[in-house]
Design a protein around this ligand. Structure first.
Ligand code: PLP
Length: 279
């Protein structure tokens, strides 16, 4: 397999980093995960635009333009002869330099990207998943897709240990998002989700879902819901690049309605498949 390293393509076995690397020592970097269906990117522009927004928010100069990065990412799939479903992980850090909190001078960002196969989880998409609720203990800048994922990792691990797929995060009872996905509640035909403030990551699939809702004439309201609203919800679902539009059927062991994915969730799943050309 070939990886993109800086602006070159090399065999993945030849990619290594010095131990004094700011991504490793400070989490000083940003990343993206981009979905590939049958060898073609989905929502590529959205992901690349968000990478530049994240980089700007941490004052990280990326050593390429938006257009150059898109060209490199397309080349990455070609060089790997990618024809299946998969995902590309890309990260950019403030580079390698002697450890010091202050930004190093004259050091270029370390950037790499690689592709992995990833099958769609059709069982989860069909049946839905169980989740638990968890306090949101993250920092105030969650709109940045930064490498500092420890609170997300801890929340996801707690979920895993309770046989749950995800953790719904809340601040004093107000639902923000999940540990690695956005979350939505449906009530009386309207979709509710946290507004795109600094408290959540502005998901690329969330942007697509907002577009689908508009096309389907389903009201999409950017208003946070409370933990207390969940028991009376008609439907609940989450979205992310790797999870797609995924029904949630139980929360903290309590079933949502009849425990079956709801009709609005189903319509959005269909719209997603049409959008990604996988229906
Ligand atoms: N929220 C968090 C915290 C995430 O890590 C992710 C990424 O997967 C998302 C939301 C969903 O974003 P996207 O739809 O761009 O994958």
């Amino acid at each position: 397999p070939v990886v993109l390293s800086q602006s070159k393509f090399i065999h993945r076995d030849n990619l290594s980093y010095p131990f004094e690397e700011r991504g490793l020592q400070f989490g000083d970097g940003v990343y993206e995960v981009i979905r590939v269906y049958r060898g073609t990117y989905h929502l590529l522009k959205e992901h690349v635009d968000r990478l530049f927004r994240s980089a700007e928010a941490i004052k990280l100069a990326l050593p390429f333009t938006n257009e150059q990065l898109i060209a490199s990412l397309l080349e990455l799939l070609k060089r790997n002869d990618m024809k299946t479903d998969g995902k590309v992980y890309l990260q950019a850090t403030r580079g390698s330099a002697p450890r010091d909190h202050v930004f190093p001078k004259g050091v270029v960002a370390n950037v790499y990207a690689y592709v992995q196969n990833l099958d769609r989880n059709l069982v989860n998409l069909q049946q839905g998943v169980s989740v638990l609720t968890h306090e949101d203990i993250r920092w105030e800048y969650c709109f940045i897709k930064s490498l500092n994922l420890l609170p997300n990792v801890l929340a996801k691990q707690t979920a895993k240990e309770k046989n749950c797929y995800e953790a719904i995060l809340h601040k004093d009872g107000k639902v923000t998002e999940c540990s690695s996905s956005n979350v939505y509640l449906v009530k009386d035909g309207t979709i509710y989700t946290h507004p795109t403030t600094k408290q959540i990551l502005h998901g690329c699939v969330r942007m697509a879902v907002e577009r689908f809702a508009k096309d389907l004439d389903i009201p999409f309201v950017e208003e946070a819901f409370m933990l207390d609203d969940i028991q009376d919800a008609d439907e609940l679902f989450l979205t992310s690049t790797t999870s797609e539009v995924l029904p949630i059927i139980t929360v903290d062991g309590e079933t949502i309605r009849d425990g079956k994915p709801g009709s609005i969730t189903r319509r959005l799943q269909k719209a997603y498949e049409m959008d990604a050309n996988i229906s």
